[in-house]
Design a protein around this ligand. Sequence first.
Ligand code: G3I
Length: 523
Amino acid sequence: MSSMKRCMHDRARGIPTLLAGALTLALALTGGPATAAQQGTAIAAQQGSLHELAVAQGKYFGSATDNPELTDAAYTAILGSEFGQITPGNSMKWDTTEPVQGQFNFAKGDVVTDFAAQHGQTVRGHTLVWHSQLPSWVGALPSAQVEAAMTRHITEEATHYRGAVTAWDVVNEPFNEDGTFRTSPFYTAMGSDYIATALRAAHAADPDAKLYLNDYNIEGLGAKSDAMYTLVTELLDEGVPLDGVGMQAHLAVQYGFPYQMQANMQRFADLGLDVAVTELDVRMALPADAAKTTTQSGYYRQVVEACLAVERCVGITVWDYTDKYSWVPSTFPGQGAANLYDENLAPKPALSAVRTALGGADDGGDDGGEGGDPGALKAQYRNSDSSVGDNQIKPGLQLVNTGTTAVGLSDVTLRYWFTAGSGAPDYRTWCDWSPIGCNTVTHRVVAMDTPKAGADHYLEVGFGSGSLAPGASTGEIQMRLNKSDWSVFDESDDYSHGSGTSYADAPRIAVYVDGEQVWGVAP
Ligand code: G3I
């Protein structure tokens, strides 16, 4: 790093301006009333930037960005003032930096590192080796040539950015959801050894950069994070240069909060690794409403709280800070509103939640953690059964704590109502899988004394032990039931039955605490 760049990276951020002064500035610049975005900047200026709040807690706070957005002055004003770290969303990927074998182009990435240098920000390099956004020539190489091509790519890029990039996502998304290695030209040519080879090449090119493996859906305990844990344990045992694990954290309100995120982070930290939240956003099915927005704020807050609680969690990067430039709507049609600021760059409740969690003053926004019902519970459901006329009923259930205090699970039950049809009157019930462990899940079928439309029985699900932290979800509980004679059901008119295959709030599934109904509408 040049001495100038290093000086800019190290310098303290400016003293916050007073709110009144910032609003006056906004008025002076526009000649009119302050816009929502300007008011947001002004509030931030009064309280200290997100990064300043994070630094006070020993962390950084960053954002992804992308070259086309850097011409948007209102956008760059917030990017340059609120965030102490940036990650290029696309411009350091292989398809941009080496589109043709041996022809390297770092122009777009250089724009990002220059912006960072001008704003005293660090840069996370993203990414050296990834199966996606990979030019087709790599996949067309004979297997015997892939290792040399990969090593050359890493060497050229990491050397180019030496001093300007402080941490690299060396390998991105190496795992499938079940924890098996993802197939890619690299895996096909070298097996899982490509990961160690990539890390060694990156270390040789830039011994000062922190080297990470980065993936999504490894934020909570589960099969995929177990696979990452096993891999990094082996790499460390072999002396492979590795500094940290990046947890992308592309969350969604309909899927619940990752199971035991803090504990999961801590187990990586206990190996002597850094942990970083690298791509945080929390999407939802559109349109947004108050309940989804509150859940979203709670998830943002919980991620910050988990990072603050784990000393080796070095910081958090949001995958861009505004809905204006989110990747979500194009990848998940019908979903969005995932970021801290809206499409007009106005602050959202999630921003208040993050600020408050980082120790900033509460600006009065609904941050998903203040003013809510303590211990408020809700049920979410998805249909895991494509047939409404077979011999099993398969509800996927989740219990979510939207309140501000932990809830003891042993007091909680859920009810899913259905009609039995003809056949044997006795039932078998099963918990097929849950991240909380099916051994803690209790279940039975109860016949109703007074049948209702669409309901003469209900599946009751309970918990032997455990508690649900504020904002936490049990994660999915895959339930199944059948009659003892395996006769068929007609689920089409069952009271609690739905057709959605993604988790969503389910008012026709009730939640009870100590027998008192706290969520849902009984038939
Ligand atoms: O550059 C072309 C442009 O020339 C063309 O006109 C246009 C038409 O579709 O496409 C443009 O490329 C797009 C590129 O972003 C740059 O904007 C691609 O289509 C689009 O697929 C690509 O999306 C990126 C995505 O990675 C690709 O997988 C997102 O912007 C980027 O935010 C996203 O980031 C990933 C992380 O790298 C890894 N973790 C998940 C995360 C979200 O998917």
